[in-house]
Design a protein around this ligand. Sequence first.
Ligand SMILES: C[S@@+](CC[C@H](N)C(=O)[O-])C[C@H]1O[C@@H](n2cnc3c(N)ncnc32)[C@H](O)[C@@H]1O
Length: 273
Amino acid sequence: MDILNVLPEGTFAALDDLLTFISIYDDRARTQAYLRLLRAHRQAIAGAVCVDAGCGMGYFAEAMVRLGARRVYAVEANPYLYALAADRLTAYPEVVCVHQPIQDFEPEESVDVLVHEFFGPLLYDEDVHVLEALRFRPRLVLPDRAVLMGGLTWIEAVADETVTPAVVRQLKGALVSGLFDEGTLPLQFPVACWRFGKAEREVVCDLSGREGDLLYLGLQIYHGDRLICQAGRCENWPYVWTPRAGDRFRLRFVPVERGTDVYFAWEEVERNR
Ligand SMILES: C[S@@+](CC[C@H](N)C(=O)[O-])C[C@H]1O[C@@H](n2cnc3c(N)ncnc32)[C@H](O)[C@@H]1O
């Protein structure tokens, strides 16, 4: 969904984000996986003060009320999503809707449980960094861990009549989401990790000894040891692809006003593949 006309200052970005974020609800596997995660923590949620950070339409806030939360703060920075969530959640007196960036939110009571979904296909490329700047300390953060995994395959094995090997090679240095179907390609090795309270903004990954001329990257979301969702199975997070041009690459994430800028570079002399 793309907005094709010029809109008044400030409106375009907020409406564009609205369209981007509502499209996540096409991914039922993602939403169901999160709802299962909440149900698995029903004992922690019952009677608790909870925060749905970046609540979008507020489905997780609603689920936490149904699981017995005493109060739920549904915090959303986007004005259009905030309005939609506030409208949906008026039926629940336990819910307080807050139109604020989560980094500015200062609840007057201590928070037991926080749920969030700020992950991009490259883990850090959307808004997960905002959790480093919270003004409160939740006792339990759901989920608390994610890993950006990598894998290697051969261009010839996945190329098709449109995205030919020649096209793929032109993409050197570009990280392209959804270039190919994930199929059964496995995620093979960790590239970057996130834990609540422990972010990695820059990583170097060494592929020496690994075979393949096409790199793909995919997200895995965990709570503790339990895998919640992963790229390929949840369409919200497609694999990200790039032709291999060396044995080492560097990924750097720089938070900006709206999301996060991603810098990617191969560190070694090009291979003649
Ligand atoms: C990927 S969506 C997830 C929505 C909802 N939690 C869900 O999973 O169904 C991320 C949401 O976080 C909101 N958001 C992004 N940065 C935020 C911030 N700093 N503070 C509050 N909300 C934010 C976005 O507007 C969007 O609604």
